[in-house]
Design a binder for this molecule. Structure first.
Ligand code: 13P
Ligand code: SF4
Length: 303
């Protein structure tokens, strides 16, 4: 029996024993996505987590995603399938930095990208994801907004709203590294293809795209489009579902550097071991959880 098959069988047994649900982000390895009960973008995963009727949530993604599940589900056990999987973008802002910025711009309300720690969420008025950023910002009862931590998503939202947005200078290394010259070259190689990129990309990359979308919005866009080929400006893990759901369409990456090493730390081995040892339990101190939940709930209420 192949190693993958053996691990998949063991994970299925452990799922029953733990009364567990496995959720995975769209950037996970193909074989990890394949053992998950639900695969989605950050907004869908948050929504899914409030519906879960199981004792244990096994989260295949990065820490802030599992923390969001723990914020929303204090009575479930949330396991992160790889303890060291973090998000370098989320780590770009500390609570002290946020408090300093808040003092500098006291008239603003804080909107935080969900790619942030529970502590940052707890200090924010509302959260957003790449799927609902414009709607969230429009809903905020202030014309002045401090947006943390992703400058590119913040800039993209600012082009779609009249609100005055102050942007914290964080970025995602996977998306920020894509350059307009690379998009131009990909377009030259595939002139028939539409370009769809993530809003974590730089403004000059987004300017060359046909659409800037969250990962699950990209899946829906590619399926609904009459076009047959696409240049994709996001992490390569999305290609698994894009190709699976659109076997007759072609997908090309802007460059071969589109890999989030933290997302790839989760393997079938780490999923099985985490479940076997019931380890990597993610918890959030109750005081922080209650405040962070307000920011997440506000987002879920409007989108
Ligand atoms: P999505 O919410 O679009 O899936 O993005 C999450 C993420 O981490 C992007 O880098
Ligand atoms: Fe964080 Fe970027 Fe990885 Fe998404 S792709 S988890 S934003 S480092």
């Amino acid at each position: 029996m192949s190693n993958f098959k053996r691990l998949k069988e063991r994970i299925a047994e452990l799922k029953q024993q733990l009364r567990a649900v496995i959720v995975a982000h769209n950037y996970q390895r193909a074989e990890v996505q394949d053992v998950a009960d639900f695969v989605g973008d950050s907004l869908e995963l948050s929504r899914q987590c409030i519906k879960i009727d199981a004792q244990t949530i096994v989260f295949c993604g990065v820490r802030f995603m599992a923390e969001t599940a723990a914020i929303l589900n204090p009575h479930h056990t949330v396991l992160l399938a790889e303890d060291s999987a973090g998000c370098p973008l989320a780590d770009m802002i500390s609570i002290d930095e946020l408090r300093e910025w808040k003092q500098r711009y006291p008239e603003t309300l804080i909107v935080c990208y969900v790619n942030s720690s529970a502590e940052i969420k707890a200090e924010s008025y509302i959260c957003c994801t790449s799927a609902n950023g414009v709607k969230v910002v429009e809903s905020v009862p202030s014309d002045d907004i401090l947006f943390v931590p992703d400058q590119n998503l913040g800039h993209y939202i600012s082009t779609q709203t009249k609100k005055n947005m102050i942007l914290y200078p964080g970025f995602c290394h996977v998306h920020h590294r894509l350059k307009p010259e690379q998009v131009k070259l990909a377009k030259k190689l595939h002139p028939e293809a539409q370009v769809i990129v993530h809003p974590e990309c730089r403004p000059d990359v987004i300017a060359l795209a046909d659409a800037a979308l969250s990962t699950s919005q990209m899946l829906r866009y590619a399926k609904a489009s009459s076009n047959n080929s696409f240049i994709i400006g996001t992490e390569e893990g999305l290609l698994h579902r894009l190709r699976q759901e659109n076997p007759d369409k072609s997908f090309y990456l802007v460059s071969n550097s589109q890999i989030c090493t933290d997302m790839k730390k989760t393997t079938l081995e780490t999923v099985a071991q985490t479940m076997e040892l019931r380890q990597n339990i993610v918890t959030v101190p109750e005081e922080v959880r209650l405040k962070a939940k307000q920011a997440v709930d506000r987002m879920l209420a409007i989108s």
